[in-house]
Design a protein around this ligand. Structure first.
Ligand code: SAH
Ligand code: TYD
Length: 392
């Protein structure tokens, strides 16, 4: 399926940059042999991850709690050896590794985006500002020795040369070491029509089947899986050297669920495509009606996901006045492609719109809890996943 010409999802820009904006064809495909769903054209990583990267993990308090829990779980279950060593790729501003640092564990973050890496370093989190691959894995092994745990959240699916990453993990892990990573889950995208997970940074949309197929080629195997509510529905995979650990029952159970969902059948994706087209038509109809009624609509959360929605649906600044966001680097800029102004959260608070289009729907619980006075003032939420509807 093609979503058409698409800009860099996190490429918030100023008017002076409109003329040079980079576009590519956002198309996604399914392989019925290995079960992988992935982008056809891949944007060069250096165009997305650099010294002005706009995504700071610690903007969400829910994610801060989530990663503390993950760190505690890893420490309790997998760091039993003497002087254990933990590696995390895509460690961003240190949201998870800071807990290993505080516990006094040897740790190393690999984070190519310099601005976010610097925030981690200021917290005392050991960080290398590079892209992880097999070559870097052998350098780390030579300098620090093998790892007990190799972690990644919302980063594995970002890396086009995934085989190089898995080969590097294989090299770096101790015999009983584990790779633990989580990413948005294909099953949730299919079930919720959450097509906005599809954008340049997300090269892969993983399932247990595609992950098993991938890691088994490198002498590794999935030993545990856990479904997570974060980021609109994610899956955590625990992977060990083949035969080193006993797989939990959750693995067989998820395999059966994926069969039932039809994740391995092309027809599932034909259906998803028509669900996406219907979602787009309904959202545009809703926005046009609100405009015709003279209602003010403001976007809430200048997410990467919103770049797919605004550009694929054709949402323009006359339909959505501005997007409110708490991230300083995005404020005062314009959204990629659609060029909707991104404004400070205070502007939302100072003059509530009639309707807020919830682009950060994955943080709905956190946001709705803190926006009680918007709702109290008669404000309503427009959501588009799992279906287009105005709440309240
Ligand atoms: N783990 C954090 C950040 C996710 S955003 C969280 O879940 O909130 C993805 C991060 O991966 C970005 O900070 C990006 O710079 C980094 N990244 C991209 N490619 C990478 C690679 N090859 N190796 C390590 N990190 C990478
Ligand atoms: P997020 O959904 O985490 O990521 P992605 O870019 O991967 O789609 O992004 C959340 C965005 O929403 C981020 O720019 C911060 C913003 N935000 C708010 O403005 N207010 C909030 O209360 C929250 C939780 C997020």
């Amino acid at each position: 399926m093609s979503f058409g010409r698409m800009p860099i999802a996190n490429g918030f820009l100023s008017p002076a940059e409109f003329g040079e904006e980079y576009f590519y064809d956002l198309s996604v495909a399914f392989c019925s042999d290995c079960g992988m769903v992935q982008l056809i054209e891949q944007v060069a990583p250096e165009k997305m991850f650099h010294e002005n990267y706009a995504f700071f993990s610690s903007t969400s308090t829910r994610m801060a709690t989530h990663f503390k829990e993950m760190a505690d779980g890893v420490m309790n279950e997998y760091l039993g050896s003497v002087d254990p060593f933990v590696v995390e790729i895509g460690s961003n501003d240190g949201i998870m590794l800071q807990h290993f640092r505080q516990a006094g564990h040897r740790h190393l973050g690999i984070e190519p985006s310099l601005n976010v890496a610097q925030v981690a370093m200021e917290k005392g989190v050991q960080t290398i500002c590079r892209f992880f691959d097999e070559e870097l894995a052998s350098e780390i092994l030579a300098e620090h020795g093998p790892a007990d745990a190799f972690l990644g959240a919302n980063v594995m699916c970002h890396i086009p040369d995934i085989h190089s990453v898995i080969a590097g993990v294989k090299l770096l892990l101790k015999p009983q070491g584990v790779l633990i990573f989580e990413d948005p889950y294909l099953g949730d995208i299919v079930e919720k029509t959450s097509y906005d997970q599809i954008y340049d940074e997300h090269v892969f949309y993983f399932s247990l089947k595609s992950i098993s197929h991938l890691v088994e080629q490198h002498g590794l195997e999935v030993i545990d899986v856990r479904s997570l509510g974060v980021h609109g529905g994610s899956m955590r995979y625990v992977i060990g050297h083949k035969g080193a650990r006993v797989a939990s029952e959750s693995v067989a159970a998820l395999r059966a669920t994926e069969e039932r969902l039809g994740l391995h059948r092309p027809e599932t994706y034909a259906q998803l495509r028509s669900n996406i087209e219907r979602s787009r038509d309904e959202l545009m109809e809703q926005l046009r009606q609100l405009k015709a009624q003279g209602k003010r609509v403001v976007g809430y959360g200048a997410t990467s996901k919103s770049t797919t929605v605004t550009n694929y649906c054709g949402i323009t600044p006359d339909l959505v006045e501005f997007i409110s966001d708490t991230t300083p680097i995005k404020q005062g800029k314009f959204s990629p492609g659609a060029h909707i102004p991104v404004r400070h959260y205070q502007e939302f608070e100072a003059d509530y719109p009639d309707v807020a289009l919830l682009f950060a729907w994955n943080h709905a619980a956190e946001i709705m809890a803190k926006e009680e006075s918007f709702q109290g003032a008669g404000g309503r939420w427009l959501v588009y996943t799992p279906r287009v509807e105005v709440l309240g």
